[in-house]
Design a protein around this ligand. Sequence first.
Ligand code: FPP
Length: 263
Amino acid sequence: MIFRSGPKHSKAVEAKAVEEAAHHLHAVGAPGHGVRHAAIIMDGNGRWAAKRGVPRFVGHKQGVEAVRTTVRAARDLGLEALTLYAFSSENWKRPEDEVTDLMGLLRHFIRSDVEEFVANNVRLKIIGNYRVLAPDLVDMIEDVARRTAHNTGTTLAIALNYGAQDEMVRAARALARSAASGDIDPDSIETAHIDAALDTADLPPLDLLIRTSGEQRLSNFLLWQAAYAELYFTDILWPDFDGAALKAALDAFAARERRFGGR
Ligand code: FPP
């Protein structure tokens, strides 16, 4: 509860409560409800399919529809960046035909939606070690990233063959190379250097991390970037996620008080 009355509470406490309430109201009226960058662990495609007695592929296909709907909603809600965990570095352990299905859906999604990105000022970016994917997919991704690089609306960052620990290893190696070549003094390395060496270097700080389907784990996603992110877990299975669900997450964010270690 924000407002408390009674003799025990000083004017200063009341003033702080008023300021906080105003901040929350401001956040609700602000673009993205105060969220510049949201990320989503899209989970539950398999359970969505199992509940309907249809093949897993159908769940993943419906998951792509949820991606489309959510990207449009993110744009309409004024998010600067939306990062989606589409394929983790651990997802290679899935059966080969499921991996092939996921890659096929991704290929189809990028090919069919590129014109919509261009028309709507959406910038596509990939995070993760995507260069090891099939050469035609790598070419397509790089072509779309190039075509949309100067778009100034929402950035859609898709995590492909992504693992946060792998991302940090790659960043550590890049910094070590700079140190070995004398471009950087190891003792001058600050958090900002690590930020800049990560795949997300050109994205705003992560404000909100959402996971669907009721699981409450980070699963090696954006571990560094989530340091001060608000976490939001919903029971909605990913194929059922939509603009209203995104808005509910942003509303929950706007109602929270972020302290960044202060008080
Ligand atoms: C989790 O469901 C979801 C994934 C492993 C992949 C998410 C991929 C998509 C939504 C489709 C492709 C993405 C884009 C960006 C076009 P799960 O299979 O782990 O579900 P379960 O836990 O219920 O089995």
